[in-house]
Design a protein around this ligand. Structure first.
Ligand code: HEC
Length: 112
């Protein structure tokens, strides 16, 4: 009885943490499909274009470098509303989870 209780106490939080981070990768992927893939296709190739450390450069400081890069580029005009929005600031952490999970040096390929 004691052991069982202990087990639950110890492992339940770990389980919750791991499903939480999975949920974020999944969320990041659906954001990527909706907000990035219209211009950056094919998605598998695009995600694998950069290593984790390189994605980090785009996504650091609340993902501002990525937004700035698009806001400076006339060809990316259709993305401006999104990159200027609060929604982007909020969602970028999920996007980051997704991009890190499938970066060039992760050896993983996302399924769309
Ligand atoms: C309306 C089209 C559009 C959308 C939407 C868009 N981008 Fe871009 N993106 C561009 C353009 C144009 C450039 C400039 C370089 C080029 O011509 O490819 C660019 C450049 C980039 C670059 C650096 C250069 C490269 O090609 O590697 C990254 C990284 C990037 N985008 C990621 C994203 C991510 C992540 C999203 C989704 C949150 C996104 N983009 C959404 C049009 C878009």
């Amino acid at each position: 009885m004691f052991v069982h209780k202990y087990f639950t106490l110890l492992f339940l939080p770990l389980f919750l943490i791991s499903t939480e981070s999975h949920a974020a990768i999944y969320k990041g992927q659906s954001i990527f499909i909706k907000k990035c893939m219209p211009c950056h296709k094919p998605g598998e190739t695009f995600v694998a274009k950069y290593k984790k450390s390189e994605w980090e450069k785009f996504l650091k400081s609340k993902a501002k470098p990525l937004a700035t890069l698009h806001l400076k580029d006339q060809k990316a005009k259709k993305s401006w509303d999104y990159f200027k929005s609060k929604k982007y600031m909020k969602e970028s952490k999920h996007l980051r989870d997704f991009l890190f999970e499938y970066a060039k040096d992760s050896g993983k390929i996302p399924l769309f």
